[in-house]
Design a protein around this ligand. Sequence first.
Ligand code: URA
Length: 478
Amino acid sequence: MTAMQNVSLGAHYAVHLPAPDDFAFWRERARGLIQCDVPPDRVSWVEPGGTGDLFALEGPARSEKRLPVPSSNARPVRASKRFLKLARNAALHSDPQRFGLLYRVLWRLQSNPRAMEDSADPDVRRIEELDKEVRRDSHKMHAFVRFREVGDDHYVAWFEPDHHIVRANAGFFMRRFANMQWSILTPRGCIHWDGETMRESGPARREDAPQGDPTEELWKSYYASIFNPARLKVGAMLSEMPKKYWKNMPEAELIPDLIAGAQAREAGMVAAGEREVKTIPESLAAVEQGIAACRDCPIADCGTRAIMGEGAADAPLMIVGEQPGDQEDQQGRPFVGPAGQLLDQCLDHAGIDRSTAYVTNAVKHFKFKWKGKRRIHQTPTAKEVDTCRWWLEAERSLVKPRVVLALGASAARGLLGRTVSVGKERGRPIPLEDGSELWVTVHPSYLLRLEGEACDEQGQLFARDLAAVRARLAELTE
Ligand code: URA
């Protein structure tokens, strides 16, 4: 049977999406329809509860037509990486025409694989706009969700997204607030995290969310203390933080007064020579200054200095260890002691050039205890790793690696915000919320402690893990 024999001549098809953000479903159906040569003007994409595009309005009989099934030898569907990257986000937009637009462009890519490269093309421009608006909405969600305590250690936030971004951002909040129990209520559906599993529920109303809690005063005084007048750009602040979000943010009521008092405070800060307060770092240099000044956990007072990550600022691979050791603390660089030397040899053997990677640690200070004249490594606690995540996340968001390699359980926790078993997770990618992948393996210090057969066996497994990372990097970047 050929692909065409499946298709009723001149028929129109309606595809009913199970959820408005179900890109995977759209992709699978779109692939099948393209393989059956169904042109864009004969397909309607219908969202749950919606009427789909204008075409679907033309008659219910049409929406009931069964979709054609591609034959097993149908030709593969072509889609450029750029298309897939933008389409994944564009599919979350609230524009009811988005799935039709994506199908039209996918259809065009079959005869013109370079269609996405024409930035003057109206369809390409529209996909780019949708992608940008969705990314902006996600950014707002990350920045402006404010949890309020509702008792029993449970926190609830209210947020009004413009697009269908809630499910796509669940991972971000899960990692950021891994140890809390929380719910984010929105008119487009809700997500709930109990410390172990994520649950979804239907749309909520603003009245369902709490309006204030006892910690709010604390948060307001914290906000007032970190508000940095030297960095104040009122225009940018207002456009970044549209009024719509202010009502959910306890600190919003402080903003007019803080703006009014900013100039005076700035002058005061300059006069007093006050050190800049902690704000989200905008560069790796700012991260370095930040970790040097950070006193958020007791390890900050251990060792000689904070050790910053090093390597290419746009490296496709980020390698994350646990914490600097004795040698690293003395030399001021990550992975230069015995574990670092073993790591270098193994990377070399796997064909990974360390100088093209960004190498850092989950915790930035050397935690140790004295034994005679020797400083003996102490494993950081989960709390210490969690406290330092702020800096690791800052490095990751600036370098934007495609692949992240965690060496050992502390590194994996630093990246995921939860404890995982290295034995269970090694050898396969764990997707991260920004589209990159985490690969987990053992720490080279563990290999240094082994002897005999166990050492050979584990050495081979480590080499195999690195080879898999090397192969994946090649796939993603070459
Ligand atoms: N071990 C680590 O985890 N990191 C270093 O930088 C050195 C040893």
